[in-house]
Design a protein around this ligand. Sequence first.
Ligand code: NAD
Ligand code: GLY
Length: 362
Amino acid sequence: MTKTLHVALGSDSYPIVVGTALLNRVGEYLTPYIKSNKVLIVTDSFVSARYMPVVRQSLVDSELDVNTIEVRAGEESKSIAQFSQIQDSLVAHQLDRGSTLIALGGGVIGDLGGFAAAVYMRGISYVQIPTTLQAQVDASVGGKTAINHPKGKNLIGAFHQPKLVLIDVDTLKTLPQRDIRSGLIEVIKMGVIRDEPLFKMVEEHLEAILNLEDTTLIEMVASACVNKAEVVAKDEKESRLRMVLNYGHTFGHALEAVTHYSRYRHGEAVSIGMNCAAQLAVNLGMFSEADFQRQRTLLNRAKLPITFPPDLSAEALCDAMYLDKKTLGGKLRLILPRRIGEVVIRDDVEDQHVLEAISQCF
Ligand code: NAD
Ligand code: GLY
């Protein structure tokens, strides 16, 4: 079973194919988007061992000239050094303006490979083959590419849309449960910000999702991608609407920063951030206690954390929030829920309310 969706961006439009048993058909799916037969697969050490052989064979069977580069698994690879290595590889293998880069892996590889494709020869084509739930429901769609600067995450990047996103949910079978739960937060987030039926679907089918049942996974991943595609189609460069995708992220990024990106998965930090944003919305009288409890219950059932660890201080977290790159003119920009299925962008919330909500979430 496969589902094909569409990201509507004029001449930069592209399909998203979601299904099972797709990796051995990558060549077939890719061929219509290929201008010259040279490709470079960018992957990480972990994904390479499991999925590179099948993808490579499929491309060779389609008579493509396949080159590969592998970086170390982990966030540290979103660096200038790895970016530079990929550029060296593109040059060494003589990829030209008609060549295609294939990002095979999680969000790290998608962001790193996408950015390498965005700047090589002022931009070559690339294809996303996301292999983590985080990347399948969020990172691979929408064309945000980036590497990190030692002073901050995703500070160096570009908007560069892929030609195709190929999502094989079979790859999730090798992903640790902790990463499945962590990736699921982006689906729950999408439900809260704009799709109550999707939120309800996760409530009703949580066990099937965590048991990685194909049909449910395909439905869920496709729904999340449809939502992301709609937001991106309306506001590709994040002038305003796209910011809603950052629900829970301002609190979450602060938590990740003060814990040096080592204690929490991104999705776990966002889960705590969503609980805190919802608490703040309740305090401001704009979100009902019933909806707050509904979100809390689902996060608890998904075994996602909702409280800050006791060794941190509310003040330190608040300070870190102001360093978030989305801060505008010293004012925090917060995405706050009005109900499950609707959020608003607020940049008028007083610091004392933010501090109070954080204090309530320990
Ligand atoms: P990741 O890419 O580091 O993957 C996590 C780990 O899972 C890695 O060790 C990887 O080797 C391993 N892995 C990947 N696929 C696997 C599989 N099928 N089975 C077993 N292990 C597998 O992390 P992630 O959570 O996928 O992505 C996080 C990154 O995504 C962050 O850098 C974040 O900034 C970025 N991101 C980007 C966007 C965007 O719009 N561009 C959106 C959200 C997040
Ligand atoms: N993950 C946030 C965005 O794509 O805008």
